[in-house]
Design a protein around this ligand. Structure first.
Ligand code: GAL
Length: 376
């Protein structure tokens, strides 16, 4: 079964847009292995839009851009596979991709054959210039074309959350579905996209996950979706930890060849990744902040193995003490049970807490904990 857990990998779009080429992709594949990103779970390397020639060939087949990929795409795919990684590519359900390259509308089965001949393991399928056919049919058509090739290909449906995608994405064979517009490297965008999905996580589950968009961690304002100064390390921590808590696919978007030590540590944080990849994949319960800070996100999540994850996310620009009163999750003060709590980011055991648990959270930052229920 594909996408038993939220898919993890790297994608070229957030940093490189059309400035992609064979050498950069192969170096990225090397880096994913050498820096231990593959070992941490990032297995898909995906080339996004702008990889092809502007025209199909005389047989109507897609052709890789000769200058960017002089040896053709199979050569790149073979190299990526030789590193133990999986290879992803991109197309669109309209006649053109978002950047104006040939799209798959009317060519779905032919293009699926091309992608299978290259040896892809993931297809990101975008939504620009689409015809008036209902979205489920547009996406189902490509899902069937991929199946017809006989190759196992993870289908990443990217329709930006339109047409109530959460209601039909699973039915049309998608393994992940973009539920939001494009992310930018700003804290405002991170907040807006994630908050839009808090009430829509119930259908995100093994086999088909809600994709809140690719990560901007480590961009620091550079690259395609980089704006101004980008975000602070605390804000990237908020972003990554929240994507882990909400079980979003984790697709790295920065240039990993030159990423900072801080970015590397965040992206390979074993404890946060374990929460993202938890095999039970249960979305969190959300508790309202009882100090009236309505934008705080307080998550309580059941994990496999009997433990729980607690996340405190402070989007305000000043430090706050955030509190989880246990009665808000049904644990009555008189029941005789409390939680033993460990800080995931520092590793510190914070001991047993009864009635409530509170912690200081820096401005635009987060704290994440693991909890075990104990008899007092
Ligand atoms: C957008 C999509 C982005 C990227 C871009 C390529 O529609 O949401 O993630 O794929 O197209 O042109």
């Amino acid at each position: 079964m594909l996408a038993k857990k939220p898919p993890m990998g790297w994608n070229s779009w957030n940093t490189f847009t059309k400035d992609i080429n064979e050498e950069m992709i192969m170096q990225t594949a090397d880096t994913m292995v050498e820096k231990g990103l593959l070992a941490a779970g990032y297995e898909y390397l995906t080339i996004d839009d702008c990889w092809s020639e502007m025209e199909r060939d005389a047989n109507g087949m897609l052709v890789a851009d000769h200058q960017k990929f002089p040896h053709g795409m199979k050569y790149v795919a073979d190299y990526v596979h030789s590193k133990g990684l999986k290879f992803g590519m991109y197309s669109c359900c309209g006649p053109k991709t978002c950047a104006g390259y040939p799209g798959s509308f009317g060519y779905e089965f032919k293009d699926a054959e091309y992608f299978a001949s290259v040896g892809i393991d993931l297809l990101k399928y975008d939504n620009c210039f689409h015809p008036s056919t209902p979205a489920p049919l547009r996406y189902n058509r490509m899902a069937m074309a991929l199946k017809a090739t006989g190759r196992e290909i993870l289908f990443s449906a990217c329709n930006w959350g339109g047409e109530n995608v959460w209601e039909w994405a699973r039915s049309v064979g998608a393994h992940m579905y973009r539920s939001t517009g494009d992310i930018t490297d700003t804290f405002e965008s991170i907040r807006k996209l994630s908050e839009s999905q808090l009430p829509k996580l119930a259908t995100s589950a093994p086999g088909c996950f809600n994709d809140i968009d690719m990560l901007v961690c480590g961009l620091y304002g550079k690259g395609n979706v980089g704006l101004g100064m980008g975000c602070t390390d605390a804000q990237y921590r908020y972003h990554f930890a929240l994507w882990c808590m909400l079980m979003s696919p984790l697709m790295i978007g920065c240039d990993i060849r030159t990423m900072s030590e801080e970015t590397y540590k965040l992206l390979t944080n074993k404890e946060l990744i374990a929460i993202n990849q938890d095999e039970e994949a249960r979305p969190p319960m959300f508790v309202e902040d009882n100090h009236g800070m309505k934008d705080n996100i307080i998550c309580f999540r059941h994990l496999a193995g009997g433990e729980f994850a607690i996340g405190f996310f402070n989007p305000y620009d000043r430090e706050q003490t955030i509190m989880l009163p246990y009665f808000e999750i049904g644990l009555d003060p008189l029941c005789g049970y409390g939680f033993e709590i460990r800080d995931l980011l520092t590793g510190e055991n914070l001991g047993v807490h009864r009635d409530y648990f509170e912690a200081k959270v820096d401005a635009t930052d987060c704290r994440v904990f693991r909890a075990r229920i104990v008899k007092l």
